[in-house]
Design a binder for this molecule. Structure first.
Ligand SMILES: [Zn+2]
Length: 359
């Protein structure tokens, strides 16, 4: 394992020294202050080459300095950041300590008045927005209310009545239909062998290929993963191992079933069947207050009444000569009289809200 020479910084004059030196002499051997190196932290420059000199190797293997035994640790190699940090550490610590004092942010009286004014302006602005929104909302509410809910009243009287009544009649008839089966009561007329649906039927297998690639471990490699501080100005390389992989391609074969569409045949029937079907509507209607059902005759057992409808209308004439027609249930319709006075409430878009008798 390769040994590399570290460096240290003098605690007294900040000069940089080689790891081999135990007193401060500087990198050139002449520049230092001559003081003992004491308790420093060693660092390894990124470009430090392996040590080959036998005397230096012997010094490196002689164990840690007695004063530095506790500083021994593994540090990442080739770390310029750490190198700079170590260099500046002592100086910056001193500076930050002297800089601490009472903090005066925002305590200046001018600052304080300025800030209070800003806060007041902000409050006024928010209040204005709220007031404006409220006013706008009120306008919308008023418009909607005036258009749809506020009403104006007009007087009207009953001008005429009308009524309509109708009766739907069904007839029992024979009809021709066709389907895959004959319902009960049906009589077969014809049958036909035809395709009803298609079914998926297995046909054969086909072989499909697929390329699969996977990572396979083929061995392992060692690599430099840091250095160990020997505690005496020298560092020893650390090595780690990791597995190595290669990508291998493989062909996979798979049998896939193939299906085909095959028709399924069935009998399709045409048949006659008797059913109640709509036949006609009998109607009656007039413009009076005497409603009656239309007259009709049913053809023996083969006709029946399916449905009855009725409608009763009143025509009002307003004082402005407008005609308004309204439907009423029979009971209340029958009680109204020609010329009877009414009050009609409408909204601004003309929709009638209420019709109330005045007498
Ligand atoms: Zn020095």
């Amino acid at each position: 394992m390769a040994i590399r020479e570290g460096r240290w910084q003098c605690l007294h004059c900040q000069a940089e020294n080689l790891g081999r030196h135990k007193v401060c002499v500087g990198l050139d051997g002449k520049g230092g202050c001559g003081k003992k190196r004491g308790k420093v932290k060693f660092y390894l420059p990124a470009e430090a080459p392996p040590v080959t000199d036998s005397a230096l190797l012997a010094q490196a293997r002689s164990g840690p300095d007695q004063t530095l035994a506790e500083a021994t640790s593994v540090t990442p190699r080739a770390n310029d950041g750490l190198y700079v940090a170590a260099k500046l550490d002592t100086r910056t610590r001193l500076q930050t300590q002297t800089k601490k004092g009472p903090q005066l942010f925002g305590r200046n009286p001018v600052d304080l008045i300025d800030r209070q004014k800003k806060q007041r302006d902000e409050r006024v602005r928010k209040l204005k927005i709220v007031a404006l929104s409220a006013a706008l909302l009120l306008c919308v509410v008023v418009v909607v209310w005036r258009l749809f809910f506020s009403t104006f009243t007009v007087e009207a009287q009953v001008e005429s009545f009308s009524w309509q009544r109708s009766v739907s009649i069904e007839r029992y008839q024979t009809v021709r239909e066709s389907d895959w089966s004959i319902p009960s009561g049906g009589t077969k007329v014809a049958e036909d062998w035809r395709i009803r649906r298609y079914e998926e039927v297995f046909d054969r297998y086909v072989t499909v290929t697929r390329q699969v690639s996977e990572q396979v471990q083929t061995g392992s490699e060692t690599y430099s993963c840091g250095s160990r501080d020997l505690g005496n100005g020298f560092f020893e390389d650390q090595t780690c191992t990791r597995p190595t992989y290669t990508t291998q391609d493989r062909t996979e074969y798979e049998q896939q079933p193939v299906y085909r569409e095959e028709p399924v045949y069935d009998w399709y029937y045409t048949y006659d069947i008797d059913k109640w079907l709509h036949d006609r509507v009998e109607r009656a209607g007039d413009t009076n207050q005497r409603p009656k059902w239309p007259e009709y005759t049913l053809d023996g057992d083969i006709e029946r009444v399916a449905k009855q409808d009725e409608k009763y209308l009143v025509r009002f004439k307003t004082v402005e000569d407008e005609i308004i027609e309204r439907e009423y249930p029979l009971e209340s319709w029958a009680k109204l009289r020609i010329g009877q006075q009414f009050q009609i409430d409408r909204n601004r878009v003309g929709h009638i809200q209420a019709i109330k008798p005045l007498t």
